[in-house]
Ligand binder design. Sequence first.
Ligand code: F3S
Length: 284
Amino acid sequence: MRVLLVEHAGFCFGVKNAIETVLRASARGSVCTLGELIHNRRTVDELALRGIFSVDSPQQVATRQVVIRSHGAAPETYEALSRLGVEIVDATCPFVRRIHEKARALARDGIQILVIGQKEHPEIVATMGWAGPGAVLIDSMAQACALRHYERACVIGQTTYSMEKRDLLLAEIARHVDELEVFNFVCATTSLRQKEVLALRSRCDTVLVVGDWGSANTRKLYELARQGCQAYLIADAQDPVLSRLDPDSTCGITGGASAPPQALEEIVAGLKARYSCVIETIAT
Ligand code: F3S
């Protein structure tokens, strides 16, 4: 079997930073995370073994410190935590923070904000909080087509959004706005991984996307992969699909931004244990 790896898979900068931040806080005293730190069961379970649990709202915080995860939080959340007197340990990814600061500045200047993203995603919940009540959320072509006319507006959005879908939505949004500013919002990590999966799917019979279904950026990689070849989203090396692959095929491996590097290594080891493998890393 020929196994193709990509250069960028597994924990991104923001996720690594969030994990290191929570571990440092834990060494100083009791800590919880506001929402699960990342969308990965294995990592969340490992943190729980160290006594680090997540809570769903500021009112549930019972530790001395609380970590804001890489997705950031809305201003009301910071205010609620401050009122409780708990120490806020902020692990918001710098790329997300940049968007939240832009949202705050636009809202302050009274400029119409259009937000491309998924309504339920915690990053977008936070972004909408910074953008204020006048912001309009867009996640479908129907919503873009239904926009009214604006003389001036700025588009911001979700760091992990599909670039393909973003471009389609932007083309429609541009038809509704005279003076449109588009703030670059898909993070470099996301764009690199999406480009890499396109390269993988054109060279492979099968692509294994490592991560959890709960991770939006991982699901997007899987969607992109399966448009070009057979694809599977798997969490670990125990997945039965590893034993069902064609030994004479080419298998690509990538992983979402919240996939632990150990999971990727174990999957490669699992393939090597089952098949005679030639491993290559592709550069894009
Ligand atoms: Fe940050 Fe991009 Fe990761 S926004 S958390 S580096 S996917």
